[in-house]
Design a binder for this molecule. Structure first.
Ligand code: GLY
Ligand code: MN
Ligand code: MN
Length: 450
C-alpha cells in the first residue's frame, strides 16, 4: 500500500511568491487562509485550506493571513499571521507551526500571532499604491482591510499618500494557477492514477444487488489507502435513471441488472491536487442495444473532443467538437430531427446534453482561471489542465423542445458521462498537443463489459 508523504518544497512556494509580487507592482496583497467550518453543534468538517493561500504559502492551518508587500524593503515583504504555539490548544487539535515555523519552514520574512492582525495591518499596508484583496472572501479579515484603507484615505490630505484602489488579486493569481508547472502536472498524474485504479477496481467488483453506497465505499477506501486526503468532491455513484441527475450524491439505491452505473469520482492529494474522472458501464456486464448505441456515441464525442485539445484551441472549441459529434449521432439515432447546424444553433439538444464539456482542473476541482476575456475565448496553452466530459441523459425531467421527436421509452433511464483529465502540452514535447492524465481508466466499449 503506497502512502504518499505530503510533499513540501519551500522553493516552489518562494518562486510563486516572487512571481506574484512582481505582478502586484506597488500594490500590497492580503490573502486569508480558510477557517474551520462547523458541521453541527461543536463538530467541524475536516479542514480544507483556501487554494490561493495554499498556492502561495504551503501552510495547511486555519485562520492564518498572508501579506505580500512588494512596496516594503527586501526582507519585509512576506508576512504571516498565524495561530501561535499553544499546548492547551494543540492537545485537542494537533501541532501548529506557530510563528517560528512560519519563518523557518514557510519562509515568512516575519510572523505574528493572528490576534495582532487588527493592530498591525494598517502599518504594513502603509505606502502601498493599492490593496489587493478579494472582497467577499472572508468576513473577519474584510473589515480590517477596509478599515486600514479608510484610515489611509482619511489621513491622505496630511500624509500625502494613500492606496488609490482596492483591486482583486484574482486575475493575476488565477492566471498563474491556470498554467501548471511540471511539478504540479506530476501531482495531477498521481491524483489521476489513484482515481483511475479506483474506477478499475469498482468496475471489477460491481454486481447486481450491490448498493451504490457500497461502491462509493470501495472507491473512497482505495483513495485513502493510496495516500489521498479523500474524495475531491462528493462521489457520484448513480445506477440507472439516477445518472440523469447530474449531481446525484445520495448513493443509496440498489444496483439493478440491466441498468448502467455512472461513477463520477476523483481524489484529492494531501497537497490538494485533484482528479475528476467519470466512467459508465453496465451493472450486469453487458450493454443493451440502446445503451451501447449511446455509450458509443458519447465515447466518440469524447475522443473527438480530446483530440481537439492542443495549444491554440479554446475550451469553447472543445465543447463545440463534442456537441457536433453528439448531435450528428442523435440525428442518426432518431432522437433529434433536423439539420445539424440548426439544431446546434438553437440548442435543441439540451434536453439530452445540458452541461458544458469541461472545466479547468487543479487545486480546485472546478479550478480558477478565465475561460473568456470579454469576447475573446482564452486559448489553451501548455500547462493548462481541463476535463473533457460529454454526456447524454435521457429522462422525462426536461421537456422535449418543440419540433423534436418524443423519446421512446426504450431510451429512458440511460445516463452516460465519460470524463477524463487532459493536460495541454507543448507540441514539441507531445506531438498531439495534449496528455490524458487519467489514461489508466479504461473506457473502450469492450472494456466496459465482462
Ligand atoms: N465531478 C464534478 C464535475 O465533473 O464537474
Ligand atoms: Mn468534471
Ligand atoms: Mn466529474
Amino acid at each position: 500500500m503506497a502512502v504518499l508523504a505530503p510533499v513540501f518544497d519551500a522553493q516552489v512556494f518562494a518562486d510563486r511568491r516572487r512571481r506574484f509580487m512582481a505582478e502586484l507592482g506597488g500594490a500590497a496583497a492580503v490573502i486569508p487562509a480558510s477557517t474551520l467550518v462547523t458541521h453541527h453543534a461543536d463538530t467541524e468538517w475536516p479542514f480544507r485550506q483556501n487554494s490561493d493561500f495554499w498556492y502561495l504559502t504551503g501552510l495547511d492551518e486555519p485562520d492564518a493571513v498572508a501579506l505580500f508587500l512588494p512596496h516594503r524593503p527586501e526582507g519585509e515583504r512576506f508576512v504571516l499571521f498565524v495561530n501561535p504555539r499553544e499546548p492547551s490548544a494543540e492537545v485537542w487539535t494537533g501541532r501548529r507551526w506557530g510563528c517560528e515555523g512560519a519563518v523557518d519552514r514557510f519562509g515568512a520574512d516575519c510572523a505574528h500571532p493572528r490576534i495582532e492582525l487588527d493592530a498591525l495591518l494598517p502599518q504594513y499596508l502603509e505606502g502601498a499604491e493599492g490593496i489587493a484583496y478579494r472582497i467577499g472572501s472572508h468576513p473577519l479579515v474584510e473589515p480590517l482591510v477596509l478599515r486600514a484603507w479608510a484610515t489611509q484615505l482619511d489621513r491622505a490630505p496630511r500624509t500625502g499618500r494613500a492606496a488609490l484602489a482596492l483591486v482583486a488579486p484574482c486575475p493575476l493569481l488565477h492566471r498563474m494557477r491556470l498554467r501548471k508547472d511540471p511539478s504540479e502536472l506530476e501531482r495531477m498524474r498521481e491524483a489521476c492514477k489513484i482515481a483511475a485504479s479506483a474506477h478499475e477496481l469498482a468496475r471489477a467488483a460491481v454486481r447486481p444487488g450491490m448498493t451504490e453506497r457500497q461502491v462509493q465505499a470501495l472507491i473512497e477506501q482505495h483513495f485513502l489507502e493510496h495516500g489521498a486526503r479523500g474524495a475531491a468532491y462528493s462521489s457520484i455513484v448513480a445506477g440507472g435513471d439516477n445518472a440523469c441527475v447530474l449531481h446525484y450524491i445520495d448513493n443509496r439505491d440498489t444496483l439493478q441488472e440491466g441498468d448502467l452505473l455512472l461513477i463520477d469520482a476523483g481524489c484529492s492529494l494531501p497537497d490538494y491536487y485533484n482528479s475528476d474522472i467519470t466512467r459508465t458501464f453496465p451493472v450486469g456486464g453487458r450493454f443493451t442495444g440502446e445503451q451501447r448505441e449511446l455509450y458509443s456515441l458519447v465515447l466518440a464525442a469524447q475522443e473527438a473532443a480530446i483530440a481537439s485539445v492542443h495549444p491554440g484551441q479554446t475550451a469553447e472549441d472543445v465543447h463545440a467538437t463534442a456537441v457536433r459529434v453528439m448531435v450528428e449521432g442523435l440525428v442518426d439515432l432518431g432522437l433529434l430531427l433536423g439539420d445539424v447546424d440548426g439544431l446546434i444553433e438553437q440548442g435543441a439538444y439540451r434536453h439530452l446534453y445540458m452541461h458544458r464539456t469541461g472545466h479547468w482542473l487543479g487545486l480546485d476541482v472546478h479550478d480558477v482561471g478565465a475561460y473568456r476575456l470579454g469576447e475573446h475565448h482564452v486559448e489553451l496553452e501548455p500547462g493548462m489542465v481541463l476535463t473533457v466530459e460529454p454526456g447524454l441523459y435521457v429522462s422525462d425531467r426536461l421537456a422535449v423542445p418543440e419540433g423534436q421527436p418524443p423519446i421512446d421509452d426504450r431510451w429512458k433511464g440511460i445516463g452516460i458521462r465519460i470524463e477524463d483529465d487532459v493536460a495541454v502540452r507543448d507540441r514539441e514535447d507531445v506531438a498531439c498537443g495534449h496528455e490524458v492524465l487519467s489514461v489508466d481508466a479504461l473506457k473502450a466499449v469492450q472494456a466496459m463489459e465482462r
